[in-house]
Design a protein around this ligand. Structure first.
Ligand code: KIV
Ligand code: NA
Length: 270
């Protein structure tokens, strides 16, 4: 297999092949995800919840993200992996200024990430442009943005209603224009994420709780292995149920995303 790169992701997109992404936070799980054929690994700040036991991602620091990114990248190097690695910029590490965002992004890129991810729309467009112009690929993140859970009033669906949908759509277009090459859409109505996907040509939408109309899908690894501490959201599938190993479960996830059998839009309440 050839290493995943931005041009390869664009090719997949143009062919209509779904892009698969899973989170991983350590060397071994990252290598297993690569072996299972996952194209993209997100070292997500969800590690604050699944590794550190926090109730939100707000307390995660850049040092922690650097550490886990290094762990993942070492694991991938050991197996000569082909996976694209995305480092999640944590709360407070890019909010102050474009310069602060660049310094934080540089920490994750030095740790071995190929791309950084940041949450939010509107004010983030200038930051995204600043990073992209300086050679740092950026994944944006709209809809339910967990770092702002307290401002949003809880973990709930976003972009409902005409005004909210219009704003989300406008933010997505601005982020593509700023140079973002991926966009996570979390907990947004199925039709809205499908519309945004059609509108964006060089920015690939990656859905989670956003239906099957996106260019790709992402899940938190622990959720799809059925081992999270709370109860899984309805849209999540436990791929361990019909698998004999973690690798098999991840391969089943990849296959289900590719053939369109995951996610199941009937399991979305929005
Ligand atoms: O941190 C994370 O795992 C994420 C995904 C849920 C998109 O941001
Ligand atoms: Na995240």
């Amino acid at each position: 297999r050839k290493p995943v790169s931005l041009p390869r992701l664009q090719e997949m997109r143009d062919r209509g092949e779904k892009i698969t992404m899973l989170t991983a936070y350590d060397a071994t799980f990252a290598a297993v995800a690569d072996a299972a054929g996952v194209e993209c690994i997100l070292v997500g700040d969800s590690l604050g919840m699944v590794c550190q036991g926090r109730s939100s991602t707000v307390g995660v620091t850049l040092d922690t993200m650097q550490y886990h990114t290094e762990c993942v990248v070492r694991g991938l190097q050991r197996v000569q992996a082909t996976t694209w690695v995305i480092g999640d910029l944590p709360f407070g590490s890019y909010h102050e200024s474009k310069e602060q965002a660049l310094r934080s992004a540089a920490v994750l890129m030095r740790a071995g990430a190929h791309m950084v991810k940041l949450e939010g729309g509107g004010w983030t467009a200038d930051t995204v442009r600043f990073l992209v112009e300086r050679g740092i690929p950026v994944c944006a993140h709209l809809g339910l943005t967990p770092q702002t859970v307290h401002a949003l009033g809880g973990y709930r669906v976003q972009g409902r209603g005409d005004a909210a949908a219009l704003q989300l759509r406008r933010h997505a277009i601005e982020l593509q224009e700023a140079g973002a090459s991926m966009l996570v859409l979390e907990m947004v109505p199925i039709d809205l994420s499908a519309d945004i996907t059609k509108e964006l040509k060089t920015c690939h939408t990656i859905g989670i709780g956003a239906g099957s109309g996106t260019a790709g899908q992402v899940l938190v690894m622990h959720d799809m292995l059925g081992i999270n501490l709370g109860k899984n959201p309805k849209f999540v599938r436990n791929f361990m149920e019909s698998a004999d190993s973690v690798r098999e479960a991840m391969a089943a996830y990849v296959a289900a995303v590719k053939d369109g059998s995951f996610p199941d839009n009937a399991l979305h309440a929005w």
